[in-house]
Design a protein around this ligand. Sequence first.
Ligand SMILES: [Zn+2]
Ligand SMILES: [Zn+2]
Ligand SMILES: [Zn+2]
Length: 273
Amino acid sequence: MKLLICGSAAAEGIPALFCGCRLCKKSFGRRKDTRSRTAYQFGEELRIDFGPDNLLHAQKYNLHFERLRHLFLTHSHADHLFSGDLYWRRPGFSMLPKNSFLDVYGNASAGNAIKHTLADKLEDAKMAFHLLSHGKKLKIKRPAAEIIPLNANHDKNQEPFIFIIGIGGKWTLVGNDTGWFPDETWEFLNGYVFNTVVLDCTMGRKKCRNNHMGVSEVVETFGKLKEMGCLSRKTRRIANHFSHNGGMLHSDLEKYFSKFGIVPAYDGMTLKI
Ligand SMILES: [Zn+2]
Ligand SMILES: [Zn+2]
Ligand SMILES: [Zn+2]
């Protein structure tokens, strides 16, 4: 199966709307510096996050969202959930195939936003919402996968998650938006050996351990994962969810990370998992 990194930016995107900072000015026209809001697609049927760039992702990567079966949400911030797009599943807006059904999973804040947008009529849009909790494993059939939400160090007013995803005996860790992991998350990670790890790198060169991380904390987190035995020689180490406020171009990120074996993500990056 393919893991497609649909988007690689934090909230405002890069170049950001309305922004005239040095990085945004330099990013125009550069393929790997043109970043939409972070989201991930595992094949056609499993997606993580549903921010404001869903239509862009569908059109750019030929994604057929009517075939999407499972949508996992990290949290309800505007760059990760644009519930208005789910409204278009309703009759009169989309002709869903007969067997189309979308299970959406997230925290209470995400659930409330979706229920509010759809006026509590999720069944009209052939959808259901399921509440996640830290460490509680879910098994899905299409695609055959195990998904475990773990607490992130992010917005304290809701319960943000990172995800362990197991497909075909290979483990992936999708780790944004978060600062240095909470203790209970570190404890849970013990014993896993990951094939692919994606970490939050919102802040670039700025030091940050709460809510988000920068390049040095990404290196530090990979160091601790290695110490714990969670990484093998083959583990793909990836940084993602970049803000223009971090001040680093893709080439700056590549240069910084190269000696650590870490690769910065970009929109359209595809990995075989
Ligand atoms: Zn974010
Ligand atoms: Zn900017
Ligand atoms: Zn966030």
